[in-house]
Design a protein around this ligand. Structure first.
Ligand code: NAP
Length: 280
């Protein structure tokens, strides 16, 4: 029996128990997976519980992905480079930190026949996930990465962070008004904003930038609810390939489970089982 948890604040709406539950069922492992509300600044108390109650590992969401790092015995290279951890394994009282968001997204690209390697990538948004994906793109040998965001300074910060770790990466921030121009040279377009998400009032006001994407480009939304956002629908109407965020959600969980179980999984086979079990 493996005992796992997910922590964050808020945590009520986390899909992690469902996704990990489906994945661990598919793998055939006996498990417990609980949601625990841990407020910012309360990690120390939470870690006492981990030790006392013999928790084998935990996933992290807002606001802990950075703050956990000072408590860890080791941090994987990819997590150190983006300064964010989403998975912690407990081994012999040691806490080992990893980040599976980047690889999770890249596996979802691969499933649709795309890869970061040699691709020109345009990302809209400059929050936590945009930074992770920009770093993953550069780590995997993207030809270029362009980041555009409402708050320009945040895109600049991501570029600086990624440049520090991947000096040879061609990564630059661009202004939102340059979106159409940047799309002309994109193989992979990623929406890393909540625009178009169920429950979020705002959506893209103008999707004409999609018309500028090359015919074989991919429109990747990180949103999975709704399953087809207005961005994806317009992309599909234009004949472009599209994907939603479900692939990333499932693959990042499967990659975390590989760490928990210390076992390599057949990711594509497992994906199919988990997707079917989730029935979104
Ligand atoms: P975040 O840190 O809150 O960043 C959100 C970004 O979106 C910010 O750069 C923000 O711009 C921008 N934004 C928000 N509202 C906007 C608006 N009305 N107009 C223009 N830009 C706006 O979020 P995150 O954690 O990076 O997550 C980004 C997206 O990925 C969310 O939709 C989330 O649901 C999704 N996600 C999916 C998965 C998955 O597994 N599929 C995992 C994690 C996240 P400012 O900087 O100007 O505020």
């Amino acid at each position: 029996m493996i005992k796992l948890e997910v922590i964050g604040d808020p945590i009520e709406h986390s899909l992690s128990p469902k996704v990990h539950g489906a994945a661990l069922d598919a793998i055939g492992v006996e498990f417990e997976y609980a949601k625990v509300r841990v407020k910012g600044g309360e990690l120390k108390d939470y870690l006492s519980h981990v030790k006392r109650d013999k928790v084998d590992g935990f996933n992290l969401t807002m606001p802990h992905k950075k703050d956990i790092i000072e408590y860890l015995s080791s941090v994987s290279e990819e997590a150190r480079k983006i300064n964010a951890v989403n998975t912690v394994c407990v081994r012999d009282d040691k806490l080992l930190g990893y980040n599976t968001d980047g690889i999770g997204f890249e596996l979802s690209l691969n499933r649709n026949g795309y890869e970061f390697s040699r691709s020109r990538v345009v990302i809209i948004g400059a929050g936590g996930v945009a930074g992770t994906l920009a770093a993953q793109a550069c780590a995997s040998g993207a030809k270029s990465v362009r980041i555009l965001n409402r708050t320009a300074e945040k895109a600049d910060e991501i570029c600086e962070m990624v440049k520090n770790n991947f000096p040879s990466g061609d990564i630059k921030a661009a202004e939102i008004k340059e979106l159409c121009d940047k799309c002309e040279n994109a193989d992979i377009f990623i929406n890393a904003t909540p625009l178009g998400m169920r429950g979020v009032e705002k959506d893209f006001e103008d999707l004409s930038f999609l018309e500028r994407l090359p015919a074989n480009a991919l429109v990747a939304d990180l949103i999975y609810n709704p399953a087809e956002t207005s961005l994806m629908k317009r992309g599909a109407d234009l004949g472009l390939k599209t994907q939603n965020g479900l692939g990333m959600l499932i693959f990042q969980a499967l990659a975390a489970d590989e760490y928990y179980l210390e076992e390599k999984l057949d990711m594509q086979k497992m994906y199919e089982k988990v997707e079917k079990a989730l029935n979104f």
